[in-house]
Design a protein around this ligand. Structure first.
Ligand SMILES: C[S@@+](CC[C@H](N)C(=O)[O-])C[C@H]1O[C@@H](n2cnc3c(N)ncnc32)[C@H](O)[C@@H]1O
Length: 213
Protein backbone atom coordinates (compact mmCIF):
# COMPACT_ATOMS: atom_id res chain seq x y z
CA UNK A 1 0.00 0.00 0.00
CA UNK A 2 1.37 3.40 -0.99
CA UNK A 3 2.04 5.79 1.85
CA UNK A 4 2.39 9.00 -0.27
CA UNK A 5 -0.92 10.20 1.19
CA UNK A 6 0.57 10.46 4.71
CA UNK A 7 2.10 13.87 3.83
CA UNK A 8 -1.36 15.13 2.86
CA UNK A 9 -2.82 14.02 6.18
CA UNK A 10 0.09 15.56 8.08
CA UNK A 11 -0.68 18.88 6.35
CA UNK A 12 -4.46 18.57 6.86
CA UNK A 13 -4.19 17.66 10.58
CA UNK A 14 -4.12 21.20 12.03
CA UNK A 15 -7.27 22.30 10.14
CA UNK A 16 -9.02 18.90 10.12
CA UNK A 17 -11.41 19.72 12.99
CA UNK A 18 -12.50 22.90 11.15
CA UNK A 19 -13.35 20.81 8.08
CA UNK A 20 -15.47 18.28 9.98
CA UNK A 21 -17.30 21.01 11.87
CA UNK A 22 -18.54 22.44 8.56
CA UNK A 23 -16.21 25.42 8.06
CA UNK A 24 -15.20 24.20 4.57
CA UNK A 25 -18.28 24.61 2.32
CA UNK A 26 -17.01 21.95 -0.13
CA UNK A 27 -17.12 19.24 2.53
CA UNK A 28 -20.10 20.48 4.58
CA UNK A 29 -22.47 17.83 3.24
CA UNK A 30 -19.89 15.03 3.53
CA UNK A 31 -19.51 15.73 7.25
CA UNK A 32 -23.12 16.79 7.92
CA UNK A 33 -24.08 15.55 11.44
CA UNK A 34 -20.46 14.38 11.97
CA UNK A 35 -20.65 14.59 15.75
CA UNK A 36 -23.97 12.74 15.93
CA UNK A 37 -22.67 10.03 13.55
CA UNK A 38 -19.55 9.45 15.66
CA UNK A 39 -21.61 9.35 18.87
CA UNK A 40 -23.77 6.62 17.30
CA UNK A 41 -20.72 4.61 16.20
CA UNK A 42 -19.09 4.97 19.62
CA UNK A 43 -22.25 3.70 21.34
CA UNK A 44 -22.40 0.65 19.07
CA UNK A 45 -18.80 -0.34 19.77
CA UNK A 46 -17.89 -2.95 22.37
CA UNK A 47 -14.72 -2.76 24.42
CA UNK A 48 -11.90 -3.58 23.79
CA UNK A 49 -12.03 -1.69 20.50
CA UNK A 50 -9.47 -1.40 17.72
CA UNK A 51 -9.87 1.84 15.74
CA UNK A 52 -8.26 2.44 12.33
CA UNK A 53 -7.58 5.92 10.88
CA UNK A 54 -8.02 7.67 14.23
CA UNK A 55 -7.31 11.12 12.71
CA UNK A 56 -7.49 13.82 15.37
CA UNK A 57 -9.14 11.42 17.81
CA UNK A 58 -12.77 12.58 17.74
CA UNK A 59 -14.29 9.09 17.70
CA UNK A 60 -11.59 7.84 20.07
CA UNK A 61 -12.52 10.57 22.60
CA UNK A 62 -16.18 9.53 22.52
CA UNK A 63 -15.38 5.82 23.06
CA UNK A 64 -12.98 6.60 25.92
CA UNK A 65 -15.66 8.82 27.50
CA UNK A 66 -17.88 5.72 27.43
CA UNK A 67 -15.22 3.86 29.46
CA UNK A 68 -14.10 1.76 26.50
CA UNK A 69 -10.55 0.51 26.06
CA UNK A 70 -9.34 1.78 22.66
CA UNK A 71 -6.30 0.70 20.68
CA UNK A 72 -5.96 3.25 17.88
CA UNK A 73 -4.01 2.84 14.64
CA UNK A 74 -3.10 5.94 12.59
CA UNK A 75 -0.40 6.34 9.89
CA UNK A 76 -0.03 10.15 10.07
CA UNK A 77 2.33 11.30 12.84
CA UNK A 78 0.72 14.76 12.92
CA UNK A 79 -2.79 13.29 13.28
CA UNK A 80 -1.47 10.98 16.03
CA UNK A 81 0.10 13.94 17.83
CA UNK A 82 -3.20 15.85 17.94
CA UNK A 83 -5.18 12.72 18.87
CA UNK A 84 -2.78 12.03 21.74
CA UNK A 85 -3.38 15.52 23.17
CA UNK A 86 -7.16 15.17 22.77
CA UNK A 87 -7.26 11.65 24.09
CA UNK A 88 -4.28 10.77 26.33
CA UNK A 89 -6.11 7.71 27.72
CA UNK A 90 -6.06 5.84 24.40
CA UNK A 91 -3.15 3.70 23.24
CA UNK A 92 -2.21 5.05 19.79
CA UNK A 93 0.06 3.25 17.35
CA UNK A 94 1.65 3.94 13.99
CA UNK A 95 0.13 1.62 11.38
CA UNK A 96 -2.63 1.19 8.85
CA UNK A 97 -5.47 -1.21 7.95
CA UNK A 98 -3.07 -3.78 6.54
CA UNK A 99 -0.03 -3.37 8.70
CA UNK A 100 -0.55 -2.82 12.42
CA UNK A 101 1.05 -3.96 15.68
CA UNK A 102 0.08 -7.47 16.79
CA UNK A 103 -1.31 -6.71 20.22
CA UNK A 104 -2.53 -9.49 22.48
CA UNK A 105 -5.76 -7.81 23.67
CA UNK A 106 -8.87 -9.69 22.41
CA UNK A 107 -10.78 -7.30 20.14
CA UNK A 108 -14.61 -7.17 20.24
CA UNK A 109 -15.12 -4.26 17.81
CA UNK A 110 -13.09 -2.93 14.91
CA UNK A 111 -14.24 0.60 14.11
CA UNK A 112 -13.34 3.34 11.66
CA UNK A 113 -14.85 6.58 10.39
CA UNK A 114 -14.12 8.18 7.01
CA UNK A 115 -10.99 6.11 6.33
CA UNK A 116 -11.75 2.72 4.71
CA UNK A 117 -12.05 4.38 1.26
CA UNK A 118 -8.27 4.87 1.29
CA UNK A 119 -7.88 1.19 0.41
CA UNK A 120 -8.23 -0.16 -3.14
CA UNK A 121 -10.75 -2.99 -3.70
CA UNK A 122 -8.13 -5.72 -3.32
CA UNK A 123 -6.71 -4.04 -0.21
CA UNK A 124 -10.23 -3.88 1.27
CA UNK A 125 -10.61 -7.66 0.73
CA UNK A 126 -7.23 -8.25 2.37
CA UNK A 127 -8.13 -6.00 5.32
CA UNK A 128 -11.51 -7.73 5.84
CA UNK A 129 -9.63 -11.06 6.03
CA UNK A 130 -7.38 -9.59 8.72
CA UNK A 131 -10.38 -8.21 10.66
CA UNK A 132 -11.97 -11.69 10.68
CA UNK A 133 -8.89 -13.22 12.26
CA UNK A 134 -8.34 -10.35 14.68
CA UNK A 135 -11.88 -10.28 16.12
CA UNK A 136 -13.27 -12.53 18.86
CA UNK A 137 -15.92 -15.03 17.66
CA UNK A 138 -18.91 -12.72 18.10
CA UNK A 139 -16.94 -9.59 17.15
CA UNK A 140 -18.10 -6.82 14.84
CA UNK A 141 -16.71 -4.40 12.28
CA UNK A 142 -18.50 -1.02 12.47
CA UNK A 143 -17.55 1.66 9.95
CA UNK A 144 -18.84 4.99 8.73
CA UNK A 145 -17.75 6.05 5.26
CA UNK A 146 -18.92 7.35 1.89
CA UNK A 147 -20.47 4.68 -0.32
CA UNK A 148 -22.05 4.89 -3.77
CA UNK A 149 -25.35 3.03 -4.13
CA UNK A 150 -24.43 2.25 -7.75
CA UNK A 151 -22.86 3.86 -10.84
CA UNK A 152 -25.82 6.19 -11.41
CA UNK A 153 -25.61 7.43 -7.83
CA UNK A 154 -21.84 8.01 -8.19
CA UNK A 155 -22.41 10.05 -11.35
CA UNK A 156 -25.18 12.08 -9.66
CA UNK A 157 -22.94 12.96 -6.71
CA UNK A 158 -20.05 13.96 -8.97
CA UNK A 159 -22.37 16.06 -11.19
CA UNK A 160 -23.87 17.73 -8.10
CA UNK A 161 -20.40 18.58 -6.76
CA UNK A 162 -19.32 20.00 -10.15
CA UNK A 163 -22.50 22.09 -10.49
CA UNK A 164 -21.87 23.55 -7.02
CA UNK A 165 -18.32 24.49 -8.04
CA UNK A 166 -16.82 21.98 -5.58
CA UNK A 167 -13.93 20.84 -7.78
CA UNK A 168 -11.89 19.27 -4.94
CA UNK A 169 -14.87 17.21 -3.81
CA UNK A 170 -15.68 16.17 -7.40
CA UNK A 171 -12.04 15.08 -7.85
CA UNK A 172 -12.06 13.13 -4.55
CA UNK A 173 -15.26 11.34 -5.53
CA UNK A 174 -13.58 10.21 -8.74
CA UNK A 175 -10.09 9.43 -7.45
CA UNK A 176 -10.55 7.94 -3.97
CA UNK A 177 -11.64 4.30 -3.69
CA UNK A 178 -15.22 4.82 -2.50
CA UNK A 179 -16.93 1.46 -3.01
CA UNK A 180 -20.26 0.52 -4.53
CA UNK A 181 -22.60 -0.81 -1.86
CA UNK A 182 -23.09 -4.23 -3.49
CA UNK A 183 -19.33 -4.71 -3.99
CA UNK A 184 -18.69 -3.93 -0.34
CA UNK A 185 -21.50 -6.28 0.71
CA UNK A 186 -19.93 -9.10 -1.32
CA UNK A 187 -16.49 -8.46 0.21
CA UNK A 188 -17.83 -8.77 3.76
CA UNK A 189 -20.06 -11.79 2.99
CA UNK A 190 -17.19 -13.64 1.29
CA UNK A 191 -15.02 -12.70 4.27
CA UNK A 192 -17.42 -14.54 6.62
CA UNK A 193 -19.47 -11.59 7.89
CA UNK A 194 -23.18 -10.80 7.97
CA UNK A 195 -23.40 -7.16 6.90
CA UNK A 196 -25.97 -4.34 6.94
CA UNK A 197 -25.93 -0.76 5.65
CA UNK A 198 -27.74 2.41 6.70
CA UNK A 199 -27.45 5.80 5.01
CA UNK A 200 -26.62 8.58 7.49
CA UNK A 201 -26.29 11.66 5.24
CA UNK A 202 -25.94 12.38 1.50
CA UNK A 203 -22.55 10.61 1.44
CA UNK A 204 -21.96 8.70 4.65
CA UNK A 205 -23.24 5.23 5.51
CA UNK A 206 -23.09 3.11 8.64
CA UNK A 207 -21.68 -0.34 7.84
CA UNK A 208 -22.14 -3.07 10.45
CA UNK A 209 -20.57 -6.46 9.83
CA UNK A 210 -21.02 -9.27 12.37
CA UNK A 211 -18.54 -12.08 12.46
CA UNK A 212 -20.97 -14.58 14.02
CA UNK A 213 -20.34 -18.30 14.12
C1 LIG B 1 -10.75 11.72 6.78
S1 LIG B 1 -9.67 11.25 8.08
C2 LIG B 1 -10.80 10.54 9.27
C3 LIG B 1 -10.32 10.72 10.68
C4 LIG B 1 -11.29 10.26 11.79
N1 LIG B 1 -11.52 8.84 11.75
C5 LIG B 1 -12.60 11.00 11.74
O1 LIG B 1 -13.65 10.39 11.63
O2 LIG B 1 -12.56 12.24 11.81
C6 LIG B 1 -8.90 9.79 7.44
C7 LIG B 1 -7.81 9.25 8.34
O3 LIG B 1 -7.43 7.96 7.87
C8 LIG B 1 -6.03 7.87 7.89
N2 LIG B 1 -5.64 6.89 6.87
C9 LIG B 1 -5.35 7.10 5.58
N3 LIG B 1 -5.02 5.95 4.98
C10 LIG B 1 -5.10 4.98 5.93
C11 LIG B 1 -4.86 3.56 5.93
N4 LIG B 1 -4.48 2.92 4.85
N5 LIG B 1 -5.02 2.89 7.10
C12 LIG B 1 -5.43 3.54 8.22
N6 LIG B 1 -5.67 4.87 8.28
C13 LIG B 1 -5.51 5.57 7.14
C14 LIG B 1 -5.53 9.28 7.60
O4 LIG B 1 -4.20 9.48 8.04
C15 LIG B 1 -6.56 10.11 8.36
O5 LIG B 1 -6.17 10.34 9.68
Amino acid sequence: MGMEFVDLFNQWASSYDDTVSGKDPEYQEVFERYDEMLTRLASLSKSPVMEFGVGTGNLTRKMVDQEKVVLGIEPSSEMRRIAKVKCPEAALYDGNFLDFPSLITPIRSIVSSFAFHHLTASEKVEAIGKFYHRLVNDGQVIFIDTIFKDETHKKELIDDAEKSGFSNLAKDLQEEYYPYLEDLREMFVKGGFKVSFEQLNKYAWLIQADKGE
